[in-house]
Design a protein around this ligand. Structure first.
Ligand code: SF4
Length: 365
């Protein structure tokens, strides 16, 4: 079976889900309602990681829709992606980085996704004329790297990925190319079964641009022999693998779990890069977001369990004004620093806000 055939076996309907877990008639009704708004798609691999006897299983929470998704508090565009879009599928928010939305598909539709508005759904936000995006990047010499994301760009065929890399690799002003992909975590076979992809990535690094993969491990149980093998294959193909964990209620919101995850990632050769505050996304916020003060305490307590190498990540809120690091809490104030900023002059700027115990986002302080 090819990886494409394997993906077609994904669990996408209630009937398929019921072959793996029990659902009450009430749950079934709620799931149907949610799936009319946001589709479900779970790889058989990821399903095998779920403890089906535990309704509160953290792996299940990231994959299986829950009734909490009926709560529509929040926004579908929490970091100003619409206003940073220069043409369909091309965003340019930070001076040095261009972002290409290469597809609206993923191997799995994570329930906590911040691009929930588009994954698995009809959208005009995906790159339509790749050549126009390439021309934009070619004309903007201040861009030194491109992040190819989506959806998950590794669901594209290797032929399409080759075309993307070939077009971008010619630019002298690009130092490196990144892929944002959760496929090492949700569908490692995509990587393990495609030698051609690995050779392409290795050759791109060897001949033109260094390739990075930015992935998203959120729980230690996602580190399995298969995901480790996928990471290992990428590393052996000269790809540098970084990780962005999303801090998620009921998944990794305790210091021990978070620390174990970061430590194990370092052990398998993955660099801790960010821990992201979960965005106030519609149908995500109410059941996944941890209040900022609590998130700060969890992250700091996790850091006490980590060596210097494993705590290189920054705890970041990806806000419409920029990437804001949570640097501390003191005397009823929470202190922030712009790690990246849409307004260039704000980079590095420190500021503080009066603390409250319910705020999950800067605008709530
Ligand atoms: S793989 Fe990434 S883009 Fe796709 S649903 Fe999961 S978090 Fe969202």
């Amino acid at each position: 079976m090819t990886w494409q055939e394997e993906l077609r076996e994904n669990i996408c309907t209630i009937a398929q889900l019921k072959k793996h877990m029990d659902l009450s008639p009430e749950e079934e009704g709620q799931l149907r309602e949610i799936m009319r708004i946001h589709p479900m798609s779970i790889t058989l691999y990821y399903m095998s990681l779920i403890d089906i006897n535990n309704p509160d299983d953290p792996i299940r929470k990231m994959a299986v829709p829950s009734k909490e998704e009926l709560n529509a508090i929040g926004s579908y565009d929490t970091s100003g992606e619409r206003e940073n879009t220069k043409m369909p599928g091309l965003q340019h928010k930070y001076r040095q980085t261009a972002l290409i939305l290469a597809t609206n598909r993923c191997a799995m539709y994570c329930r906590h996704c911040f691009r929930k508005r588009l994954v698995g759904l009809p959208t005009a936000e995906i790159v339509r004329r790749f050549n126009d995006a390439v021309t934009y990047i070619g004309n903007h010499k201040e861009i030194n790297n491109v992040l190819i994301t989506g959806g998950d760009p590794f669901v594209l065929s290797t032929k399409v990925i080759r075309q993307l890399l070939d077009k971008l690799s010619v630019f002298q002003h690009l130092d490196f190319i990144r892929f944002g992909t959760r496929i090492p975590v949700t569908f490692p076979n995509r990587i393990l079964e495609d030698e051609e992809l690995l050779t392409l990535l290795a050759n791109t690094t060897a001949n033109s641009k260094r390739v990075y993969v930015v992935t998203q491990f959120n729980h230690p149980r996602e580190i399995t022999p298969d995901s480790v093998a996928a990471v290992e294959s990428l590393i052996c193909s000269d790809v540098i693998v970084n990780n962005q964990t999303v801090l998620l209620d009921g998944v990794n919101d305790d210091p021990e779990t978070l620390a174990e995850l970061q430590n194990k990632l370092v052990g398998i050769g993955v660099n801790p890069y960010y821990v992201f505050q979960c965005r106030p996304v519609k149908r995500v916020k109410t059941h996944f977001q941890v209040p900022l003060y609590k998130g700060y305490e969890i992250v700091e307590d996790a850091k006490k369990l980590l060596n210097g190498h494993s705590k290189r990540f920054k705890y970041i809120m990806s806000h419409l004004s920029g990437k804001i690091e949570l640097v501390g809490i003191m005397d009823d104030y929470i202190y922030f620093k712009y790690h990246q900023a849409k307004d260039y002059d704000n980079i590095g700027k420190l500021f503080k806000k009066k603390l409250n115990t319910t705020a999950g986002w800067l605008d709530e302080l």
